[in-house]
Design a protein around this ligand. Structure first.
Ligand code: FUL
Length: 497
């Protein structure tokens, strides 16, 4: 698989040249040279979203299945109280920044009146065949300030032509309809489950496809770039956002935003054919900037099943998933499946509200905000790179050191004894992922003692302690970095406020 799109890859020459150019241009202290690969602007904007939702909704909701076979009668799709505003409001109440709808799952049933197949909402009783769930959700998202994304399964168990080049024309036409008919899309989601048994227009057989070549992914991605240049494209191999290698919503304790996708045999990776253990941690100094997304469902299944109504994750479970995804530099994609009415069930809505309450309670009070900050080194002694920038709430203003300095400490003197159990750190990702390891220490009984430590930072790293500590001094130690660090934020929080 080749990546001929405008994704950023490593190029030491270009980063070196940029640094020299800046140094010659003015006598002011030059910014830290970027450490490639770097995120694109669309990836930077996506990283800021941190938490957003999936909606798994289709014929499976009515057949009580997780994977539809492709032979369903479209007449079974009949949500009687579907309310896109109510669904989006329930997500918004959880602090969500976006919603990705299963416009087409593996069964091939299209939630919009596509021109490509009769296996669609057009042949369902919903709004007498005049309905369009994609339109309703995308518009409701817009009304409530959430971004909209599309899941469009490459595997299609309804299509007679699945496995032949003809199907690719159908698939790309579906992608085109979704990317041209429904306003701005922030993410295009291609899952890795590809090929197997299915209805296939009545053939009822097993079709195995060559995952590496069949879809000609670069051609589909190029079409998507053309139609929605600001959207990130997700798959097991990006090109913008990678799958985290599990469906539990948990990134590796170490999780690099950089990644070189490889298949289990060591060849190039492709959707459905990657080394999943590598996806969890990424690749230090990997070829591409391709951060991880952690997808998980609020219930055991991806689709709504009545029997799972009492197995909804608790607000505390969701908070732990947030720590294990966003807190490790990845994003948190939480699935909340609408029920047969076309609404979010009460238990799910309560869990979402409870999750939001916990996040607000913990993260709306940064206990480091009034600290006096000192660093063992400040780049060119310039106020622009002062450690005070770590407290200004700006993800891109940053503290940095002189070029040769790759180990340095920042000390935060707090105006009063302060109790906390969470530390949050961010790198200015526009300059790349620079830090290899860090440690956080607290001053207790006349000594520095260890609060926690970690490896990758990236857009966000949350370090928690078993028990809260109370102190007046905290020290962040950068113990290893590839180049001078460029950190943008440092915060202290308490779960007990
Ligand atoms: C997988 C699919 O097979 C599941 O049904 C679900 O949609 C999950 C998010 O992706 O590949």
């Amino acid at each position: 698989m080749s990546f001929n799109l405008d994704v950023t890859r490593r190029s030491f020459l270009s980063s070196g040249a940029a640094g020299i150019g800046l140094a010659l241009r003015s006598s002011r202290v030059s910014p830290s040279t970027s450490y490639e690969p770097l995120p694109s602007e669309r990836q930077v904007r996506w990283s800021e979203m941190e938490y957003y939702n999936f909606l798994h909704f289709t014929v499976n909701t009515f057949t009580d299945k997780e994977w539809g076979y492709g032979s369903e009668d479209p007449a079974i799709f009949n949500p009687t109280q579907f309310d896109a505003d109510a669904i989006v409001e329930a997500l918004k109440a959880s602090g969500s920044k976006g919603v990705i709808l299963t416009c087409k799952h593996h069964d091939g049933f299209c939630l919009w009146p596509t021109s490509t197949t009769s296996h669609s909402i057009r042949n369902s009783p919903y709004k007498a065949g005049k309905g369009d769930i994609v339109k309703e959700i995308s518009r409701a998202a817009g009304r409530h300030g959430l971004k909209f994304g599309v899941y469009v399964s490459p595997w299609d168990r309804s299509q007679a032509s699945y496995g032949t080049p003809q199907y690719l024309q159908i698939y790309r036409k579906q992608v085109e309809e979704l990317l041209t008919g429904y306003g701005p899309v922030f993410e295009i989601w291609h899952d890795g489950a590809n090929g197997g048994t299915g209805y296939y227009g009545g053939a009822n057989e097993k079709r195995i496809i060559d995952k590496r070549h069949y879809y000609d992914w670069p051609a589909t991605w190029a079409l998507e770039r053309k139609l929605q240049p600001d959207a990130v494209i997700f798959s097991d191999v990006g090109p913008d956002v990678r799958w985290v290698g599990n469906e539990k919503g948990i990134a590796g304790e170490t999780c690099w935003a950089t990644y070189t996708p490889l298949s289990p045999d060591g060849g190039p990776g492709s959707p459905g054919d990657v080394q999943e253990k590598q996806s969890i941690v990424g690749t230090r100094n990997g070829e591409y900037w391709m951060p991880a997304e952690c997808d998980v469902s609020i219930r055991p299944g991806w689709f709504w099943h009545e029997r799972e109504n009492n197995q909804v994750k608790s607000p505390r479970d969701l908070l732990d998933l947030y720590y294990d995804s966003v807190g490790r530099g990845a994003s948190f994609l939480l699935n909340v499946p609408p029920d047969r009415r076309g609404l979010i069930s009460d238990n799910d809505r309560a869990a979402l509200r409870g999750f939001r309450a916990l996040i607000d309670q913990i993260f709306s009070h940064d206990l480091a905000i009034d600290a006096t900050v000192n660093a063992t080194n400040v780049r060119g002694r310039s106020p622009e790179f002062s450690p005070k920038t770590l407290l200004d709430g700006d993800r891109y203003s940053y503290w940095s050191t002189d070029d040769p300095i790759t180990q340095a400490d920042v000390t935060f003197d707090l105006p009063r004894p302060t109790q906390f159990d969470i530390v949050r750190i961010r790198e200015n990702i526009r300059l790349g992922q620079r830090v290899d390891s860090f440690m956080v220490e607290v001053w207790t009984e006349g000594n520095w003692s260890r609060f926690g430590e970690g490896t990758s930072i990236g857009s966000c790293r949350i370090v928690g302690a078993q028990a809260p500590v109370t102190t007046t001094r905290v020290r962040l130690r950068i113990t290893k970095a590839a180049v001078c660090p460029a950190l943008s934020e440092f915060g202290l929080f308490s779960e007990r406020v």
